[in-house]
Design a protein around this ligand. Sequence first.
Ligand code: NAD
Ligand code: UDP
Ligand code: UDP
Length: 330
Amino acid sequence: MSTHSPYPENRRILVTGAAGFLGSHLCERLLADGNGIDVLGVDNLYSGTKYNIAHLEADPRFEFMRHDVTFPLHVEVDEIYNLACPASPIHYQFDPVQTVKTSVHGAINMLGLAKRTRSRILQASTSEVYGDPSVSPQQEAYWGNVNPIGPRACYDEGKRCAETLFFDYHRQHGLDTRVIRIFNTYGPRMHPNDGRVVSNFIIQALRGEPISVYGDGSQTRSFCYVDDLIDGMVAYMRHEAGGPGPINLGNPAEITILELATTIIEMTGSRSELEFKPLPQDDPLQRRPDITKARETLDWEPKVPLVAGLTRTIDYFDQLLSRMDNVAVA
Ligand code: NAD
Ligand code: UDP
Ligand code: UDP
């Protein structure tokens, strides 16, 4: 009698941060890509929620494990996407020491796991490694301008150290590592009260409340729709000769926060007015990715224009607000 299972083996992909905004879209996308793939979603539910992945749980190829990546994880996998980390200033500044541990100890544990299982591993890094940049747009070769002791440092420096670890494991242990630097991304399943600008403005506009513009609103960001971002992330992971990166992923269409506010007011037909509030400390004044490397290496660029992405996001929050009466904008 054969000792082999009668069922074919699937490729098992680990996604950390699976119950978060990007992680849930990534799990959905990997499963939708079809046969031969199992997804193991790991999350400690710090800033994510099981509601984000509830629709995946009926799929026998999806498995969820509640676990904190700052502790070792012994599982058998073939590929790893390391997304676990709170991403919004309110969440990552709530417990800054845990934020650093998640980036640094989390990276060490996931790299140790990748080393043992010989898995390709991707790190979700961030445009925040550029800090308050003195060049625009930001190319991967720019080393950044980060305050190492300010309130954002737990996130920025944690992510910078995680990048260092990825490159050291690559050079020292020959791991197949991939680092992406994600620029501001938005879409359905953003946390409703984590203080990010797109979710704040949409919720305020839908409720007819004042739109909280920090500073004079002249600071810029470049917003990428979530589906585009996930396409780029998966394309890079599947690229055989992709190299360790880093690669910027984001949408180069840059707008001021004031323009974003007026666009959302118009799109929702809201009677909300602008309310100017102080600019938070170390808030970058401009941010725009140079995506030449992603275009050339991955043949990737964002396809969803801002208004189309905002339409889907406004629909999502409209439905969410009608189901919940306790969503408070942070
Ligand atoms: P999110 O907060 O929605 O998701 C992060 C997930 O990680 C959450 O579900 C949270 O519970 C989980 N998590 C946090 N600490 C953990 C720990 N110690 N162990 C296990 N799970 C843990 O944020 P997101 O927007 O989905 O971001 C995902 C990743 O992408 C993060 O690494 C973030 O830094 C990066 N990123 C996101 C953006 C963006 O615009 N959304 C931009 C740049 C980088
Ligand atoms: N690790 C893990 N899962 C594994 C293998 C390793 O979580 O399957 C952790 C391990 O606990 C260690 C870290 O990854 O703390 C780094 O592992 P590595 O082998 O690089 O270093 P070492 O164990 O020699 O310190
Ligand atoms: N912002 C704002 N009003 C808000 C929330 C944010 O004007 O209610 C500004 C914030 O100061 C920053 C930009 O919008 O300049 C983007 O903020 P977010 O927290 O979404 O992302 P990050 O600062 O991490 O790029």
